[in-house]
Design a protein around this ligand. Structure first.
Ligand code: FES
Length: 147
């Protein structure tokens, strides 16, 4: 859902004011850190994985209300999912679960989906597991933009 220019949904404001799973995980199985090229904001996402299921997930985000809200909601969406289910998650899933974002804030939601993909990439590399094509391609794109 695309919202009017500057209007945040009630869900965005709720997550922004009271973010879920905020903080760091000690000894994480995977970490993803990304920056938003458009504004310079950054996000770090930590995951713990057991039997291929993401059992714990936390984030640290330096960014706008949309960045904080999308970071918070992605942790709710991903917790308890398998790695394969988490890989299939899209930007649209994140935006829809917040009842939409103003058009000028859509780019902010990329931070959370990219950080998730990078945390999964980090986990799969450490586990010496095969990297699915979509995760490898996103990693390559993010690396190109950050160098
Ligand atoms: Fe930077 Fe929203 S303005 S992530």
């Amino acid at each position: 859902m695309i919202r009017s220019q500057f209007q945040y949904s009630k869900k965005v404001l709720k997550h922004f004011r009271n973010p879920h799973n905020l903080g760091k995980i000690k000894n994480p199985d995977g970490v993803g850190e990304v920056g938003n090229m458009a504004c310079g904001d950054v996000m770090k996402l930590y995951i713990k994985v057991k039997n291929n299921v993401i059992t714990e997930i936390k984030f640290e985000t330096y960014g706008c209300a949309a960045a904080i809200a999308t970071s918070s909601v992605i942790t709710d969406l991903v917790k308890g999912k398998t790695i394969d289910e988490a890989i299939k998650m899209t930007n649209k899933d994140v935006i829809d679960s917040l009842d939409g974002l103003p058009p000028i804030k859509i780019h902010c939601s990329l931070l959370s989906i990219d950080a998730l993909s990078e945390a999964i990439y980090d986990y799969l590399i450490k586990e010496k597991r095969e990297i699915p094509e979509e995760v490898a391609l996103r990693h390559k794109r993010l690396k190109v933009h950050s160098s």
